[in-house]
Design a protein around this ligand. Structure first.
Ligand code: CMP
Length: 140
C-alpha cells in the first residue's frame, strides 16, 4: 500500500529567487498538508550525508556545493499516495523534460538547480524526513 507522507526540500535556486511562497502555495493547492517545515542552511557535512547515495556520481561535488550555497526549506508533507503524487506535481528531474504546469517547469533553471527535491520511495521519505526533523517537530 502506498504511504501517505513524503519529504521535500525547496532548493537554493528557488529560495534565492523568491519562489518559496509560490511553491508552497502550489503544494497546498495540490492537496498536500504540511506536517513539518523549516528554513535552514545545510552544512557541507549534512549535504554530503543527505546525498550519499549519489557519492559516486560525477555531479556529487557540484550537488553538495550547490545545496550549501543558500538556505533551503525542508518539509514533511501528507496526502494519499504522497510520494508518487508529489513527484507528478514537481515534474521530471531535468526541467527541460518537465511537463507544463509542474513546479520544476515553472521554477527550475537546470538539472542541478531544479527548484525542489521529492523523495523517490516511501522508505526514503521516512529516512529523509527523520534526517531533517526530530519527532517533536512533526505534527500528528
Ligand atoms: P534530487 O531530486 O534532489 O536528487 C538528486 C539531485 O541530483 C537531483 O535532484 C538533481 O538536482 C541532481 N542531479 C541529478 N542529475 C544531475 C546531473 N546530471 N548534473 C547535476 N546534478 C544532477
Amino acid at each position: 500500500m502506498a504511504g501517505n507522507r513524503t519529504f521535500t526540500m525547496i532548493k537554493p535556486d528557488a529560495t534565492g529567487a523568491g519562489h518559496t511562497g509560490k511553491i508552497i502555495d502550489k503544494i497546498i493547492d495540490a492537496g498536500f498538508s504540511i506536517k513539518a517545515m523549516k528554513w535552514a542552511q545545510l552544512s557541507k557535512a549534512q549535504a554530503q550525508e543527505f546525498y550519499v547515495v549519489h557519492s559516486e556520481r560525477p555531479f556529487y561535488g557540484e550537488l553538495v556545493e550547490y545545496m550549501t550555497s543558500a538556505p533551503i526549506v525542508a518539509a514533511i508533507l501528507e496526502k494519499d499516495n504522497a510520494v508518487e503524487d508529489f513527484r507528478t506535481l514537481i515534474g521530471a528531474t531535468n526541467p527541460a523534460e518537465a511537463a507544463e504546469g509542474t513546479i520544476r517547469k515553472m521554477f527550475a533553471t537546470s538539472i542541478a538547480a531544479n527548484a525542489v527535491h521529492g523523495s523517490d520511495s516511501d522508505d526514503n521519505a521516512k529516512i529523509e524526513g527523520e534526517f531533517h526533523f526530530a519527532s517533536t517537530e512533526v505534527t500528528a
